[in-house]
Design a protein around this ligand. Structure first.
Ligand code: ADE
Length: 249
């Protein structure tokens, strides 16, 4: 999977994604992430990328031309035609914005199936609407709050999507059973020592009985979800749960 990020702060994005699990996936060739500096595509002498808003108002607006030129160079490099198609598939171009649809695990799954994704990070007070209308296929928000730019949001998307790419996580099971995957929150985890400051690890997970451990975990997941996020129980996909039918609750 290949993620292309159009930004005015490529170091910020690359420093983030080159760290930890995404960094390892990039080194191992399972994932490729490129951050391209929109400023490099400015035609002005001083690398200008923004200007005052027509009609007045506070702040600056990102101009269409540098973004367009940046996008076209990425599109061409990836082998998509002038309309943004390759092998009948449209190149996804996501604009990070609080106005977009909310990012969830199911959106992450949807994006993890794409070969390439382009992400546009806005800054200042916004982006000229014409370029958004021309190139953007999807607008995504990471939550109901306003960031100073789209970079952190693009990093969130890159992180959540890349851990779904086969091989990125060491243990494929962790992608299947972790929070939200079966629509439930994760069960409590424990490690050594078996007793800490007088508090013992639940007996069942020391038992070595795998079936019992899995049952306990499933019930704990259900309890947690009911307590902390009852809304998730309503929306849960029933079909990808291996325990369905085997346990009464
Ligand atoms: N840019 C600014 N705020 C944002 C948000 N909440 N989600 C995505 N992109 C943004």
């Amino acid at each position: 999977m290949n993620i292309e990020i159009m930004t005015l702060f490529p170091e910020m994005v690359m420093n983030g994604v080159n760290t930890s699990i995404t960094g390892r996936a990039i080194k191992n060739g399972l994932l490729s992430v490129n951050a391209t500096n929109i400023r490099d595509f400015s035609l002005s002498k001083h690398g200008q990328v923004d200007d005052y808003p027509y009609g007045g108002g506070a702040g600056m607006v990102m101009q269409p031309e540098p973004i367009d030129r940046c996008y076209q160079s990425i599109r061409e490099r990836l082998g998509y035609d002038e309309n943004g198609y390759k092998d009948g598939k449209r190149l996804p171009c996501i604009y990070m914005s609080p106005q977009g649809r909310t990012f969830t695990q199911s959106v992450a799954k949807e994006l993890a199936n794409k070969e390439d994704i382009v992400i546009l990070c806005g800054h200042y007070e916004g982006v000229d609407q014409r370029i958004l209308d021309m190139i953007v296929t999807d607008e995504i928000s990471i939550g109901d709050y306003v960031l100073t730019g789209g970079e952190l949001a693009a990093m969130v998307i890159t992180d959540a999507v890349s851990r779904l790419v086969p091989g990125v996580l060491n243990n494929d099971d962790s992608a299947v059973y972790e929070s939200f995957h079966s629509g439930l929150l994760e069960y409590p985890q424990y490690t050594r020592p078996a007793e800490y400051k007088g508090v013992k690890v639940p007996e069942v997970i020391l038992s070595g009985d795998h079936k019992k451990v899995e049952e306990w975990r499933y019930i704990e997941s259900l309890k947690r979800t009911k307590e902390k996020r009852p809304d998730l129980l309503k929306n849960r996909e029933e079909n990808d749960n291996a325990w369905e039918g085997s346990i009464k609750y």
